[in-house]
Design a protein around this ligand. Structure first.
Ligand SMILES: [Zn+2]
Length: 474
């Protein structure tokens, strides 16, 4: 019998806020242990939480990015459990009334667009971090109380590759929306994976097995690449899989059983008596809806549709917001968006990389880059001279036309001047000239190259070719 995997992801991302969820402590990575703490995030008795408005805003914005419904009533609940990293012995989360629910994410996979439904994206608080040393362990509470969004997908992913593509698209969306920096190395994104297997074509779900402890996207992929065949082998042997939580061992490359999976009632969820239900106003929700940015995939599709860009170019411009914005400004009002995209992706990016600078440092405008491409398109300068002009624009911020005039770079389209250079080239290279006369067409390219060289790139290449050919054949 053939089996297929059914995968759902729970992705936790730290929100990009200045302060923590319930107190004014800084939400920052890398501070000395237990320096960003106060009685609230340490869970001292008698303290009261005050909700972070920006975290609530980012949660609703994420809801819009994921096409979710935004309930007008949400609440916060306590999830009760004991663990050293949670001094309060509970974690505040949203149990049955989350701030967003029932959305979807479209992403590119296998040459097409896949859609995975989003069950919910709810707000909760992060917990502290256990650090283990040689002979003792410590708990760092700097992370305790940092706002965390848990994004739960429906179990609709069917392979490790698909899960990977989904995660990439999700992260791109969250970064684009300014929701989170999603820096995995700083622990800003953590994933739990639910995976089960079932006979291909059936609709039921097998025993749900949760895998924890993947600290990279490749970890998610490797864990699934191990776990799916493990489950298929087990059911093929006739074993009955039990619901459980397994831990991914990155070094060993295996998953191992941690505990039989607890059910929701084990956590004794109840509404947090210190926190009011969250009942946003229509105006507030509308003000967030008004600033929802265009989704990365939508931008890529629009760049292809409206500007006629090749998919590869649109992918580059979609993956880098600033570059995409620069392109759209440059292409607006011009008639060669493909040429402009080409100059941005190849030449401008290279110059930026070479000078270790960013678009924000540029001394010229997108419109001036368009002018440069127009000078080339109009035959006033060659593409090669265009490179020199671009370098000058980097250095001086002058307009391309001014640079061409100042340096005398305008292409020579004066027949007499080009004829003179062609005569010189033919006289200096009798061998290739004879080759061409003998029928070796490639020799013409060499001679043309010499004309360009002698004219310092200024000769109109088309005219140079025509004149050479005429002279050699005549
Ligand atoms: Zn605090």
């Amino acid at each position: 019998m053939e089996y297929e995997a059914v995968i759902g992801l729970e992705t936790h991302v730290q929100l990009k806020t200045k302060s923590k969820m319930w107190c004014g402590c800084a939400n920052e990575f890398g501070a000395s242990p237990n320096t960003n703490v106060c009685p609230v995030c340490l869970g001292m008795p008698g303290v009261l939480p005050v909700a972070n408005a920006e975290a609530l805003r980012l949660t609703v914005l994420t809801g819009f990015l994921l096409q979710c419904e935004i309930p007008r009533f949400a609440k916060f609940d306590r999830k009760n459990y004991f663990y050293p990293d949670s001094a309060k012995n509970y974690q505040v989360t949203q149990y049955d009334r989350p701030s967003t629910r029932e959305g979807f994410l479209d992403f590119e996979f296998n040459g097409g667009i896949s859609r995975v439904r989003i069950t919910r994206a709810h707000l909760e608080e992060d917990v502290g971090k256990n650090n283990h040393f040689d002979r003792h362990s410590g708990v760092d509470f700097n992370r305790a109380g940092v706002p965390l969004l848990e994004i739960v997908s429906e179990p609709e992913l069917t392979s490790a590759e698909m899960a990977h593509a989904y995660l990439n698209a999700l992260i791109e969306l969250l970064v684009r929306g300014g929701i989170s920096d999603c820096d995995m190395e700083k622990g800003m994104v953590r994933c739990d994976v639910n995976v089960s297997v079932r006979p291909k074509g059936s609709t039921g779900l097998g025993a749900k097995i949760e895998i924890k402890n993947m600290n990279s996207f490749s970890g998610v992929r490797h864990a699934l690449d191990y776990e799916i065949p493990r489950q298929i082998a087990a059911v093929t042997r006739g074993e009955k899989l039990r619901q459980e939580t397994r831990r991914w061992d990155d070094l060993g490359g295996i998953t191992e059983s941690m505990r039989s999976k607890e059910d929701a009632h084990d956590y004794r969820y109840f509404p947090d008596p210190d926190l009011l239900p969250f009942t946003p106003t229509e105006e507030w929700i509308a003000s967030i809806r008004a600033v929802v940015p265009e989704l990365p995939l939508a931008r890529k599709q629009r760049l292809i549709r409206d500007f006629g860009l090749p998919a590869g170019d649109a992918e580059v411009l979609k993956s880098n917001d600033a570059l995409g914005d620069f392109f759209e400004k440059a292409a607006a009002g011009g008639n060669n968006p493909k040429g402009i995209a080409n100059w941005i992706i190849n030449n401008l990016s290279a110059q930026l990389a070479a000078s270790a600078s960013s678009l924000a440092d540029l001394r010229f405008t997108p419109g001036q880059l368009r002018e440069l491409v127009e000078l080339i398109d109009a035959g006033r300068i060659s593409a090669k001279v265009g490179q020199e002009v671009l370098a000058d624009m980097f250095a001086t911020g002058d307009s391309p036309a001014a640079i061409v005039d100042r340096k005398g770079l305008a292409q020579v389209s004066d027949t007499g001047a080009i004829e003179k250079i062609c005569d010189e080239v033919i006289a200096a290279h009798p061998g290739p000239a004879d080759d061409f006369r003998a029928g070796k067409g490639a020799a013409l390219n060499f001679l043309k190259g010499q004309v360009m060289k002698l004219s310092k790139g200024k000769a109109n290449p088309g005219m140079a070719g025509e004149i050479l050919e005429r002279k050699l054949k005549g």
